[in-house]
Design a protein around this ligand. Structure first.
Ligand SMILES: *Cc1c(COP(=O)(O)O)cnc(C)c1O
Length: 227
């Protein structure tokens, strides 16, 4: 599979989703998720015109970061252990998985200046999902004020694994309304402009519901088996 051809197809789908929802395609950032593939393949994505990359595990992140570095804007999208924060700080431009106070405290301690973080929300309420409860988002964001190096740049969620469009739409819509609620607080530490939601099989729906960042792995770079 040719990454450039996949990217063109995805851009076409994004234009369509934006047309459906009266949005501007320029407001959507594609994060190429390279966790299934080699550094070589990640470089192909960059050459094809992908500007943002995401990894969900520290090993894969550090390996690819070493070779690609400033050629991409980097997103750490996976669960982050507090003791690994020091490895990702200064490298990841955005951390998508802020989900507890202890992690905020560690990021705050390690960061040299305000770090862009997305609060991960478990919108669907599934036990298997990381993230804080929707009900707790506002109080959590308020509490983050005390950490001067935390900037709440937005919200992130993982939708359930399903083809049920209504269920997906409900989850995305809920995250979008939470972002509005955070923005209404007008907290200087929480501009909350980003909505990171949507993956290979549901990014069109996520965009129709307001996503600013879609995290696309298999549809863009493939998974190891299909590479
Ligand atoms: C793997 C992963 C993705 C991308 O998944 P695809 O279905 O391959 O697009 C997006 N977000 C997170 C957090 C992931 O771990």
């Amino acid at each position: 599979m040719d990454v450039a051809a996949n990217l063109e197809e995805i851009r076409q789908q994004i234009r369509q989703a934006c047309a459906n929802s009266n949005r501007n395609p320029e407001d959507i950032t594609i994060i190429g998720v390279t966790k299934y593939v080699t550094t070589e393949r990640a470089k192909e994505a960059i050459e094809a015109g992908v500007t943002n990359l995401g990894e969900n595990r520290m090993e894969g992140f550090l390996e690819k970061y070493e070779y690609i570095q400033d050629d991409a804007v980097w997103h750490f999208i996976g669960t982050l252990q507090s003791r690994k924060v020091k490895d990702v700080i200064g490298k990841a431009d955005v951390i998508h998985s802020l989900d507890r106070k202890s992690l905020a405290k560690e990021i705050n301690k390690r960061a040299a200046g305000p770090a862009d973080c997305l609060v991960q929300v478990n919108v669907s309420g599934e036990d298997s999902k990381h993230g804080i409860d929707a009900k707790e988002v506002i109080s959590f964001v308020r509490e983050l004020k005390r950490y001067e190096n935390i900037r709440v740049a937005g919200l992130m969620t993982m939708a359930p694994h399903t083809d049920d469009e209504d269920q997906l739409r409900t989850v995305f819509r809920k995250l979008a309304s939470l972002r509005e609620a955070v923005q209404a607080e007008q907290l200087p530490h929480a501009p909350c402009q980003y909505l990171s939601m949507g993956m290979s099989n549901d990014y069109q729906i996520a965009i129709e519901e307001g996503a600013t960042h879609v995290r696309i792995g298999s549809a863009l770079v493939g998974s190891r088996e299909t590479e």
